[in-house]
Design a protein around this ligand. Sequence first.
Ligand code: NAG
Ligand code: NAG
Ligand code: NAG
Length: 514
Amino acid sequence: MALIQLFIWIQLVFAQAPQRVLSPVEESTHGASIESASANAASIFNAIHSSMRQWGSSIQHNGMSFFPAVVPKGTVLYHGDCNPIPPTHVDWLAFEIRHAELFTNGVCLSIPPSSEDSRHRSIWELQLEGGWDDPKRPPPGVRRAGNLQIYQANRPLKFLYVDGMGAAKSDFGPMDAQDRLLSLNFTRPAWAEWERVKDLCQLAAGWKLDGFIRMEAGFEIIKCDFSDGMDLLSARKRPPLESGGGLSLLEYMRDVSSRYNGIDGSRVFLDYSSMVSAYFYPTNLSNSDLDSDLPRLLFSTPAQLSRIRSDLGALILKADPYTSIDWQGVVDMISKEYSLRLQHMATDPPHVEILTTVNELVNLYVDYDDLDSPDHIEVCSQHYLHAVQPSTAQDHLIHAALSTVTHKICSTLFSVRKILFDGGEKSGVHPTSPAELIRSLMAWLDWPEWKFCGQCPVDEVCFVAVFPFGTAEDHFHPRCKNKTELEEFGRETNYWRRGRLPRLKPKPLAGEVV
Ligand SMILES: *[C@@H]1O[C@H](CO)[C@@H](O)[C@H](O)[C@H]1NC(C)=O
Ligand SMILES: *[C@@H]1O[C@H](CO)[C@@H](O)[C@H](O)[C@H]1NC(C)=O
Ligand SMILES: *[C@@H]1O[C@H](CO)[C@@H](O)[C@H](O)[C@H]1NC(C)=O
């Protein structure tokens, strides 16, 4: 299909069933387009690569994309609570048992809608929230040992996965997709979690969803109705608080780090072919914070944001992960082919080594009967994309983005090869060195795996800032850390509050009735 036809077709597909009627001008200026997908190609590649993976989603924590998701029947999920019985209101579930355990030795708070309901907040969360500044002053609420509740899905559960660090209650971007886009609320502070989930669950009801999947230090679920779709298998009373059975951060981080490359266990299936991303749209994703080059939705217009939301609503009802193209698999094949080799070439090895590596990567795509054909770059670019047959409008947007990425990789590699063959650098024809070209390609690609620490000693973990833990240093320069180093974190230097905010006065907690 010609690009222009495709463009029109995408406009038509996305234009179905908008919740708010847009003027014709808005229609044409706010729709998803191949042009936008290509302009944000590297970000789309990374969003697909990092989906449901703790590592990349921690580095690039301002999620701009949504994926319809299914948690299969039989999946076991965990919940920490004051009570042994299931909550009657919306509440949270963890995919990992220790994540839920964190919420069983915390604080019981009364929250709406029924004042008889209570829930556990982890002590760590409360410290960061600013509601509990003085360690000598007990936090509001009652501190007592809780219950670890274990549930099993009795049917496939349908969710919307909000990517990035979507559960990080931080005012620096991770909540933009939920507050500014899904709720069209431009003033909500990060900690207004209770009001947020009320809005989200209202949306979920209209979209026939069981809730949302998000990530903090571990993946979690916002389950809008605990009485639907799950059986309570057991509720285990936790030890008395004074027994000091708390988890060490090192042991907790071992759990978190074991999901860096994926959640494992076939517990979540995503419909990539129904992915909706702000990156598909001609919207302004600038960040006002000079310290950060991560995207924000601060300057996106309400008309643009509501357009994305209505497109998502139209798609989600017919989404089906089991018919989706496995775009993450495609992206993985591409990144595994190039990741280490690019890293190696960027370290300025002798030219002969770069040439060997580049030849290894691109010679396969050269027809030696037609050495000067410009098609070589195209053949190289399409190598991993041949096998996929885009079907939905989103498939075409993703395909355009991945083609842009592979084209950039292949054209850079062919340029490097030409420089080295020509000996151009010595003769001064090419002012840029091969390693420099590779480095600027890598800067453009911005693959989070290049920040990974590698294998750590057995008593350390590769630590990146994961809400609610970590400093700015941990975010920008992850490294292996031991138990002592991990426990040195404090509110004052916390990355998620940027470590430079003045201490807040104690304030009512999110969801607390004042
Ligand atoms: C946005 O959220 C805040 C806090 O949750 C709430 O007070 C405010 O009324 C909301 N605004 C709109 C327009 O819904
Ligand atoms: C995005 O918005 C900001 C603030 O209004 C502006 O400075 C910037 O130039 C805009 N960027 C683009 C690409 O339009
Ligand atoms: C942790 O690492 C720090 C810094 O390298 C070191 O000083 C300290 O002794 C280590 N602690 C443990 C328990 O290994």
